[in-house]
Write a protein that binds this ligand. Structure first.
Ligand code: UDP
Length: 319
């Protein structure tokens, strides 16, 4: 059966990978919505001539009207890298999370569409429970420099569940942990892109703090797989569900791995740890395994190889 699927944040890192996967099904029409603040049309260039793909430049802070019938909405729009969402952009980030959620939920209501929200591991803040289970309510600083994103995403979850309770809207909520892979922005300041681009450029790798903080890194193909599985899961399963790779690494270990792969002689330099930078992050993915029959397949070393290959081509202007 043919479906029209709207993806907000469709030219961003995860959104562009999702567009490319969903368009493979000839029954799908994709409407890609983005303001291109952190995304870029280059990420979906190969789709622009496809008659089943349409790009709309729009900021979801503003309401969106679409005439054709929409069946599904993936709400991915929001800057996700700390340097992109903080500072002068903080209020814009909160508005993107909150006004954006309201506008997309209203659009879903109008079209009687199913809507999936990309929430985040950031709802757990500085977690006191490790690994993080979905029932853990988190430890977020409500007025720190990350709050615009963390609290924005928490409020969006609240809105999604209220629209479900009040209007019986079909909702799905996933909590995305750190994700990496092709079509990340080389300049977005996240640790995987920073380390790889620094190493490829022969520069020292910048570790913030002492490098003992941990993150769990999921390769983007695994994430796309679970996002689609979640959208297609039984209506009763709303989430929130953790989507991430439970393999946990210190930032120092990640730096060593990247140096080993690209150039062992490069040094690391230590820089101050940003405020409220979480000490540890690892998803408990029991729920995703049982409800969605999903677990990530790509190991960090293998995923890094594919990501290094991508950045190498991109930095040489071959993509
Ligand atoms: N980080 C680092 N060097 C960098 C960029 C980030 O050591 O060049 C650290 C950052 O302080 C954090 C971790 O790596 O502890 C992951 O940062 P990222 O911005 O990728 O994601 P998030 O903090 O949102 O999990």
């Amino acid at each position: 059966m043919s479906k029209t699927i709207l993806i907000t944040g469709g030219t961003g890192f995860i959104g562009s990978n999702l567009c490319k996967e969903l368009i493979k099904d000839e029954n799908n029409r994709i409407i890609c919505v983005d303001n291109n603040y952190t995304g870029t049309l280059d990420n979906v260039r190969e789709l622009l001539d496809n008659p089943r793909f349409k790009f709309i430049e729009h900021d979801i802070i503003e309401p969106l009207n679409i005439d054709e019938k929409i069946d599904e909405i993936y709400n991915l729009a929001c800057p996700a890298s700390p340097p992109a969402y903080q500072g002068d952009r903080a209020i814009f980030t909160t508005k993107t999370c909150v006004y954006g959620a309201v506008n997309m939920l209203e659009l879903a209501r109008k079209h009687d569409a199913k809507i999936l929200q990309s929430s985040t591991s950031e709802v757990y803040g500085e977690p006191l429970v490790h690994p993080q289970v979905e029932t853990y309510r988190g430890n977020v600083n409500p007025n720190g420099i990350r709050a615009c994103y963390d609290e924005g995403k928490r409020c969006a979850e609240s809105l999604f569940f209220d629209y479900h309770r009040i209007y019986d809207l079909k909702i799905k909520v996933i909590r995305i942990f750190n994700t990496y892979g092709p079509f990340m922005d080389p300049n977005d300041g996240r640790v995987v892109s920073n380390f790889i681009c620094q190493a490829l450029g022969g520069e020292d790798l910048t570790i913030y703090g002492d490098g003992s903080q941990t993150r769990s890194f999921c390769y983007v193909d695994d994430l796309i797989d679970v996002i689609i599985k979640m959208m297609n899961s039984e209506d009763e399963f709303l989430g929130p569900v953790n989507t991430g790779n439970p393999g946990e690494f210190t930032i120092k270990e990640l730096a060593d791995l990247v140096r080993e792969k690209i150039n062992k002689d490069l040094k690391v330099v230590y820089k101050p740890l940003p405020a409220d930078d979480p000490t540890q992050r690892r998803p408990d993915i029991t729920l995703a395994k049982t409800k969605l029959n999903w677990e990530p397949k790509v190991k960090l070393s293998q995923g890094l190889d594919m990501t290094i290959e991508y950045f190498d081509k991109r930095l040489k202007g071959k993509i």
